[in-house]
Structure formats: structure tokens, C-alpha cells
Design a protein around this ligand. Structure first.
Ligand code: ZN
Length: 395
């Protein structure tokens, strides 16, 4: 299968000008000007005219509850699983599945089965082992064994700290998790990342800071998430990023509402502040928390029900960075492409360059609306319509 994408404004994510992209099988074979693919008629070549479009790497969502999440309001408040369309219709071609609060009624067996299912449907999937809970509930009975021997497992998480729903791990317990994940990652050539759920308590990221300062484990072992949950937490996380850590913003489709009831930091404003502090644009990622639960309150602060995190927020946040904060697209999009691939050590992901996986999103240049999505060389969304088993359907 050969696809030639013509005349796209290519963001590798660094802006590379108007280029063609040649895709052979599931890989990018070449990026360059006036590329031609001529096999003397023996191979069918699909040409895709991308004039007026920006080509960016397929999005990598480092934190998505693909199995559903929630349940904090009782069993009837458990949220549904992610469907393929929830991901690809929002440009996500690689997803890392995590469990969350409930590591009892949802476990690693089910999470891995779900990840394999999405992979069969055409995207790339990984998982963390465990949930909020400590000791970490694994598949094999050993955190190290899960990371080393299960192909899809690239780290541990989301381990919850500074939250009333956390297992309240002691420093030694938390440091041991990071140490085991680190060594298992080294031994298997994976990131061994510790994805840490940050709650809203004033203890912020104290536990992570202590591990980084009091042990030999570096800041790069951690990917703390929900860093923009409140202003105090965000300030602590900016300091962590300044010291070389990478911080993960959680996108929010309904931020106009949330800004009125709490001090959650709007993602584009947070990224603007990070850049203005002189922190490297390599030091942030954005994830969706898709299918996770978000309790909703009315103006009087009364519990109304549970909303659901949406995978659509990734592109929306990048669009806001560009349109509201004048952050260049090539900088903003790093947070959902190359920066994620780097911290999670996904070597063939996150770039539009020869040899990388053919995961590509085409966006309308002016509005940054998603038009076409290629995952592992297959066009899975075409002109805004999802491709299902060989046909195109309105999603
Ligand atoms: Zn979380």
C-alpha cells in the first residue's frame, strides 16, 4: 500500500515548509519536495492533495481511561469504554490506557484486552500497570514483571497522591514503585515511566520532589498529570518543570464552565506561562483524561452528576494555544506528539520523518479543524468521516 500526500505544510513537528510525504506500508518512506511514486503501474498509488492543510504527527494521548473510569458516585456512575471513533475522530493514533480510582471492578486483564482490541482496529496502544492504588495491582503479581514481560505495559500508574482517594503511600513505598519501574524499564528498553495522578491537596507534588531530591532517581522517571488542576499545584509543577521534569496538562472541553467555579488553569494560559518562564518547550505534554469522570456541580455547589472526559480536548487545547495565546503550532503540537513520544520512549512515534510510523493528521490550515487521519499507513478518517471496515460512514 502506497500513499503520496502532496503539498502539505509539514510540521515534523518543527515546521518544514510545503512538502510531500511518501508512505510505504505502515511507515513514512520520505518527506521532500516534488516526490513521485511510480512503480510502472504494478503498485497502486493513492495521491492525496493536502494543499491548504497542515500535516502534523498523529496525536499521542498519554492518559486515557479506555476501559472507562469513575464510579465515585456509586456503580451507576461508572463511565463507558472508549470506542475507536472517540480516538481517531479526534486525531489520536496512539493511546496509553490507564485504570484510575477503581482497580477492583476494573483490572489489568480487562485493560490489556481493551488495548489489544483497539490495536486490532488499527491504532497503536500501550498501558500502564496498576491504578490509583498502592500496593500496585498488577497482572503477573510483580510490577517489574508486568513492565518487562508484557509488551504493551510501558510504566506504572496512574498512582494517586495528594488526593482523598489516594492510598496515601508512605515515602518509602512511593520511592520503591519508582525504583522498580525505573529498573524494569531499563532492562526491557522501555520508559518505565511513573504516571502520577495529582489531587488537589496542598501537598501538591511533595512526594515526587522528595524522591528526586533524596534518592538517585531522576525527574524524568515521572510524568505527573492534572498539573493544571489548581493554581497552587500548577506553581509547584512549574518549579518541577524548571528543574528538568516534564509535566502533563489535562485538557478540558468545558473550561469556560470550570473557570467560573474553581481555579483550574486553562491549558493554553499555563503553557504560555511555562514558555514565558524560559522553560524548554520539550517539558510539557497534554493528555485528555478521556472517559474519566468529572463530577459536576451547580452554581450553588450542589452535586449534579458525573461528566466524562473527552478525547476531543487534545486538538482543542492546541488550537487555543495558537488562536488565543499566539503560540506557534509547531510548539503547541509538541505537547501531543514529539514530547509525549520522548518521555514515554516511543521511538517510532511523534514525528513526520522518514522511518517513523505513518501516523499523520491533516488539519485545515486556517481553522485547524481535523480533516484526515492516517494510522500506521491506513487512512482511518477521510474528510472528517470515519472509515469503518472498508467503507466511509458519517460518524
Ligand atoms: Zn487521574
Amino acid at each position: 500500500m502506497v500513499t503520496l500526500i502532496k503539498n502539505a505544510k509539514v510540521y515534523q513537528p518543527e515546521y518544514a515548509g510545503v512538502q510531500d510525504i511518501l508512505v510505504l506500508g505502515d511507515r513514512i518512506a520520505a518527506v521532500g519536495e516534488n516526490l513521485r511514486a511510480d512503480f510502472g503501474g504494478s503498485v497502486e498509488v493513492e495521491e492525496l492533495d493536502a494543499s491548504g492543510m497542515a500535516a502534523v504527527p498523529g496525536f499521542i494521548d498519554s492518559h486515557e481511561h479506555i476501559l472507562g473510569g469513575g464510579g465515585e458516585g456509586g456503580f451507576h456512575t461508572r463511565t463507558p469504554e472508549a470506542a475507536l471513533k472517540d480516538l481517531i475522530m479526534n486525531g489520536i493514533t496512539t493511546v496509553v490506557g490507564c485504570i484510575g480510582t477503581d482497580g477492583v471492578a476494573r483490572d489489568m486483564t480487562a485493560l490489556l484486552a481493551k488495548a489489544h482490541g483497539l490495536e486490532n482496529e488499527g491504532i497503536s496502544t500501550y498501558t500502564y500497570t496498576g491504578s490509583y492504588q498502592v500496593p500496585v495491582q498488577t497482572l503477573t503479581g510483580s510490577l517489574m514483571k508486568d513492565i518487562m514481560m508484557l509488551d504493551k505495559v510501558i510504566g506504572v500508574g496512574e498512582v494517586a497522591i495528594s488526593d482523598h482517594r489516594s492510598s496515601q503511600p508512605a515515602f518509602e513505598e512511593f520511592a520503591r514503585i519508582a525504583a522498580d519501574a525505573r529498573v524494569a524499564g531499563m532492562l526491557s528498553g522501555k520508559a518505565g515511566i511513573v504516571n502520577v495522578h495529582l489531587g488537589d491537596s496542598p501537598r501538591h507534588i511533595d512526594l515526587i520532589e522528595r524522591v528526586v531530591h533524596d534518592t538517585e532517581i531522576p525527574a524524568s522517571q515521572f510524568l505527573p498529570t492534572h498539573v493544571n488542576r489548581n493554581e497552587g499545584l500548577f506553581q509547584a509543577c512549574l518549579q518541577f518543570a524548571k528543574e528538568g521534569g516534564t509535566i502533563d496538562f489535562t485538557g478540558n472541553e468545558d473550561i469556560d464552565y470550570w473557570e467560573t467555579i474553581c481555579d483550574e488553569v486553562r491549558v493554553c494560559k499555563g503553557i504560555r506561562r511555562l514558555l514565558d518562564m524560559g522553560i524548554s518547550s520539550d517539558r510539557f505534554t497534554i493528555s485528555s483524561d478521556g472517559q474519566g469522570s468529572m463530577p459536576i456541580f451547580n452554581a450553588e455547589g450542589e452535586y449534579q452528576g458525573i461528566g466524562i472526559g473527552k478525547a476531543s480536548c487534545l486538538l482543542k487545547e492546541v488550537r487555543e494555544c495558537v488562536q488565543r495565546e499566539n503560540i506557534p503550532l509547531e510548539t503547541a503540537v509538541k505537547g501531543i506528539t514529539s514530547n509525549v513520544a520522548s518521555i514515554l520512549k516511543l521511538g517510532s512515534k511523534g514525528h513526520i520523518k522518514a522511518g517513523f510510523d505513518a501516523d499523520i493528521c491533516l488539519l485545515a490550515e486556517d481553522t485547524l479543524e481535523l480533516r484526515t487521519v492516517m494510522a500506521k499507513g491506513n487512512i482511518v478518517v477521510r474528510d472528517g468521516e470515519q472509515m469503518v471496515f472498508g467503507t466511509f460512514e458519517k460518524a
